[in-house]
Design a protein around this ligand. Sequence first.
Ligand code: UD1
Ligand code: UDP
Length: 375
Amino acid sequence: MVRSIALVFGTRPEAIKLAPLYLELARRPGEFKPLIWATAQHRQMLDQVMEIFGLKADRDFNLMKPSQTLTDVTVAVLKAMEKAFAEERPDCVIVQGDTTTAFAAALAAYYQRIPVGHVEAGLRTGDKFAPYPEEMNRRLVTPIADLHFAPTEQARRNLLAEEIPSKDVFVTGNTVIDALQIVVDMVRRDPPPRPKGFPEETFGDERRLVLITGHRRENFGAGFESICKAIAELAERYPQHEFVYPVHLNPNVQEPVHRLLGGRKNIHLIKPQDYKPFVWAMDQCYFLLSDSGGVQEEAPHLGKPVLVMRETTERPEAVEAGTARLVGTDAEKIVSEAVRLMDDRDAYESMRRAHNPFGDGKACHRIAEKLAERI
Ligand code: UD1
Ligand code: UDP
């Protein structure tokens, strides 16, 4: 029996994390007909990922609007899905993570009584406003989903604590590691051209690369001002090192970052990078400053310390493994932890160990096996 599986996604991280699942399902044509339904909650940043993995949308809803609100996205996805399901009814809908696309697509599938599989299920901070709105999105997907693909044991425990039946919860590892393994092999074999705006020098101990990302809604305003202040201070303190920040396209990020960090010699504000050059840059860097979910999962795999500019994390495994440290958005704290990594070799080495609490690169295979069994 061939099952049609609609992978519904819209943003950069969902595409990265569902690309290897699409490729796995597509390798098994006797069992699966995978469909890509791209809401395009992100436009440019989604297309960047599709290209690298050679993906083509079966349906592209092209929903992104500049400065869209959460309501805009929720309503647009619900409407688009309702129409699509009326035309074509997949055997299962797969959503990933905690975006508004994931929540609204799951809800739309539930309205049509279509089974839902949730990839990266069970992450929790316990604070419904952090991250905002992601903590609520993923909590709301949980009671809707029929199959819960938890990346770690901790995530599984979180789901069982919410009385999700254990027969429906599968620990698979995070599919981001499947994606990362594919791309890290590529870039180590064949490094991509140096991204535009990147410093020309070779990186080493004399000239280190600090790689930065940041885009969380709960950090907008004061949080971003403080993060930028810390980065400016670090760049002044270490003029011999380079600080590279591919700036997220959200206008709430672009504005403060360019205003507060533009025009400095060793701070390089560049466009969001394709996944390949970004993975190359992570592999080159000394450490990362980030509030990203995906980066917290990738950094331990690459053995790169990451200072997490958030008050709380749904990925405690990286902190427990020692590769990630929560530093919040207080400028003084960010600076003092970064200085420790720069100046204290032992502190740096103790965080640098490559460790992989999030998976072994076989998550998609495990998910496909369960889909074959249950759908
Ligand atoms: C979204 C997700 C967040 C995820 C992040 C990954 C929600 C509510 N938020 O946040 O969970 O961590 O993506 O990056 O689902 N924009 C562009 N081009 C793009 C992408 C964004 O111009 O390719 C601009 C647009 O003005 C858009 C705005 O950024 O309106 C915000 O995009 P949106 O998807 O609503 O929120 P993100 O902050 O990107
Ligand atoms: N990433 C990328 N290009 C960039 C910055 C990040 O490809 O310029 C990748 C990163 O490796 C990770 C994912 O995008 O896999 C994280 O996306 P983001 O930070 O936008 O979202 P989050 O993971 O926080 O939801």
